[in-house]
Design a protein around this ligand. Structure first.
Ligand code: CTP
Ligand code: CA
Ligand code: CA
Length: 660
């Protein structure tokens, strides 16, 4: 029988029960400095519900209960929750979807029409796959607005926000929560006994925590609900309050619902946001982690959705975390190599000390199109290259290229003919202002180089990308360069310190040194196999700086969960040297980050073509995940009715917590 905590401290029978927190003054202090090892750390992951679909609903003023899907050619790329109740999913064609739900609104994505200067919503886009190219600009724009609003909502000196994809962010709320804790519990501000920071804190002076409508994951030990909360519970509760307010603000100001996970690290918070959808938030307290993870397939975890996950499944012949927990670390290391082994060992135990990285800079951009029917000459190719250049240039302008804040160093063209992909790349001249015409000229000259090799027609796919972004060059700065702040400013400082023109400096300068777990998984690809929209675009940056926010290329989806490439040292299974970069998709070893980047770009171009051949142009899920599994994604119930905006449902664990 659970005893009331009120009696517990005074009852002699419980005299032995601890009166102090498990946490020390020092650990509390580490919260203020966003220490990634602080046991009180609070990380949130926010993911927009049916994002593209919501963008269209907001744009069109669609009633909330109206089923709506976003169409791309004959396929669907986003389905709102009312439409999901009819069993409509990303696997459906428009025709199938309409059969399931005759009142469905299928809104086609915006497109660039051949020869036009700007994308637009064309009535008849779906029937013009030959002459139009998809634009995701409208969604990028909404994404930026939402991100800006979230940032603004946080105190100006406490904005640790990482954009993880077009519709999701990680927030490190630790610093802000530290401040709130001290405000609400002034006793925490007292000096520690004997001035010794390793002394334990007093227990929180409250015994009941009000979790409101949050979905609380059950504790590992259900009985423990009766225990007094400790500071990690209080911290995460404050985190969930902040997140609830952010979600309400996004809803109120911009009209979007989102779901969130609140936990002690990125991995868990990401799993949490997908736990209950739409429009809900899930709290995973430290004491609930094992319970939360135990029945889960590890392929749901960030970085385990792709090849690495497959490798783990085949090596240990299981998909469940529970089974893996039985395996001693030495054995895992033996099979996967030291770094990956240790990483996996920790991960399945809910341990993840990766940092929320507030840099949100894009490292490359790609514009691509697969042709059906194929194109047959250079003139046709030029037409598309003009559109690609316009598309990329408009995105460059948003990135501040006109102010010379940032600019790409290289341009690449991929060309596909008869199952073979060729690519050419060249440096973008750094001396003069970058404009659209320059991009077109460079693209054409790359095209000419490829064409001159002969046997390049018919061509099934062209992809143009720019990459190797650098901060504005010192000595050649426009006024914009004086206005940069934060990380950009730091970038400039590094540059002037090095007194080397940026174009000459190897990108390696930013590489995180040392093969630690922290930088082992260069790509923080969230969630894994099925539902990510991470793009390959900034892969080179992931090679150099871990977990930068990704940028979402149109047609970028196929990299979802597969880009968890690994740099590795002396892994027996792969037999690579210490300097190798490994492609997680085919296990190829590449010598440099740049080589890996082009290799991944090649995969990317190849996937584009395959996907488009399958009639889902430009978008794809990980091919290894069967579509029935995708449908089982949390939050995509095919039968349950969902109501946007309703937040009143009590969740599991809710009642048990009101024990005070
Ligand atoms: N997307 C896509 N192709 C995919 C997966 C996602 O085009 N294979 C797009 C979707 O249109 C979506 C956005 O990327 O709106 C974000 O993806 P995700 O968060 O995975 O799905 P949502 O549609 O937002 O749905 P959920 O509510 O489950 O998050
Ligand atoms: Ca989403
Ligand atoms: Ca997402």
């Amino acid at each position: 029988m659970p005893s009331s905590p009120v009696f517990r401290d005074s009852s002699p029978a419980y005299g032995a029960i601890r009166r102090r927190s498990r946490f020390t003054y020092k650990q509390l202090g580490s919260l203020a400095s966003y220490s990634t090892t602080s046991p009180l750390r609070v990380i949130a992951h926010i993911d927009l519900d049916a994002f593209y679909a919501q963008c269209e609903m907001v744009r069109l003023g669609t009633p909330e209960d109206q089923p709506l899907a976003v169409q791309q050619w004959q396929g669907l790329i986003a389905i709102n929750y009312p439409a999901r109740t009819f069993g409509i999913g990303r696997h459906c064609t428009v025709t199938e979807a309409r059969k399931l739900c005759p009142q469905l609104i299928a809104q086609h994505v915006a497109t660039w029409k051949e020869g036009e200067e700007k994308w637009a919503y064309h009535e008849d886009a779906a029937s013009h796959i030959g002459t139009h190219k998809v634009s995701l600009d409208p969604y990028r724009l909404q994404s930026r607005k939402i991100l800006a609003l979230i940032k603004d909502f946080l105190p100006s000196n406490r904005q640790k926000v990482e954009k993880a994809s077009i519709d999701e962010v990680f927030l490190d709320l630790s610093g802000q929560i530290h401040g709130i804790l001290l405000e609400r519990f002034p006793e925490l501000g007292n000096p520690p006994p004997y001035d010794d920071p390793s002394e334990n804190l007093p227990l929180p002076s409250i015994t009941a925590l009000d979790w409101q409508a949050d979905a609380l994951v059950d504790l590992d030990d259900i009985e423990a609900e009766a225990d007094d909360p400790d500071w990690d519970d209080v911290a995460i509760l404050i985190g969930s309050e902040i997140v609830r307010d952010i979600r309400a603000e996004v809803r109120q100001q911009l009209g979007y619902t989102c779901s969130a996970g609140i936990a002690s690290n990125k991995m868990l918070s990401k799993l949490g946001s997908g736990h209950k959808k739409p429009n809900q938030q899930t709290v995973i307290r430290n004491r609930a982690v094992q319970h939360f993870l135990s029945d889960m397939k590890f392929t749901k975890i960030r970085n385990l959705g792709g090849k690495l996950g497959e490798q783990v499944v085949s090596t240990f012949d299981t998909e469940t975390i529970k089974d893996l927990l039985e395996i001693p670390v030495e054995q895992i290391k033996l099979k996967l190599g030291d770094d990956t082994g240790i990483w996996l060992y920790n991960t399945i135990r809910g341990i993840d000390a990766s940092e929320v990285n507030s840099r949100t800079q894009i490292k490359s951009m790609l514009s691509a199109k697969s042709f059906r029917p194929s194109i047959n000459n250079v003139e046709q190719a030029y037409k598309w290259l003009r559109i690609f250049a316009a598309d990329i240039f408009s995105r460059l302008v948003e990135e501040g290229v006109l102010e010379n804040k940032r600019r790409p160093k290289t341009i690449n063209l991929y060309h596909r003919h008869g199952g073979q992909t060729r690519s050419r790349s060249t440096a973008i001249p750094q001396g003069k202002k970058l404009d659209e015409a320059t991009l077109i000229d460079l693209a054409k000259s790359l095209m000419n180089q490829i064409a001159s090799e002969g046997r390049v027609w018919p061509c099934a796919n062209l992809s143009l990308s720019v990459g190797g972004f650098e901060d504005g060059v010192v000595g050649n700065m426009g006024i914009g360069a004086f206005l940069v702040k934060g990380d950009e400013a730091k970038g400039l400082k590094t540059q002037s310190d090095a007194s080397t023109p940026s174009s000459d400096r190897p990108e390696k300068r930013r590489r995180v040194e040392g093969p630690s777990i922290q930088n082992f998984f260069k790509r923080d690809s969230p969630y894994g196999a099925t539902e990510d929209n991470d793009s390959i675009e900034d892969a080179d940056e992931h090679q150099t700086l871990r977990s930068l926010a990704s940028h979402d290329a149109e047609d970028s989806r196929k990299e979802a969960g597969e880009t968890d490439f690994v740099t590795t040292k002396s892994s027996e299974t792969r037999q690579l040297s210490i300097t190798d970069y490994m492609c997680s998709r085919c296990n190829a070893g590449l010598e440099t980050a740049e080589a890996l980047q082009s290799h991944l770009d090649w995969h990317f171009a190849k996937d584009l073509q395959q996907e488009e051949e399958r009639g889902r142009p430009g978008f794809a899920s990980h091919t290894s995940v069967p579509s029935d599994q995708k449908q089982k994604k949390p939050g995509a119930p095919s039968s349950k009715k969902s109501s946007r905006g309703s937040n009143s449902k009590l969740e599991q664990g809710q009642s048990r917590l009101k024990f005070g």
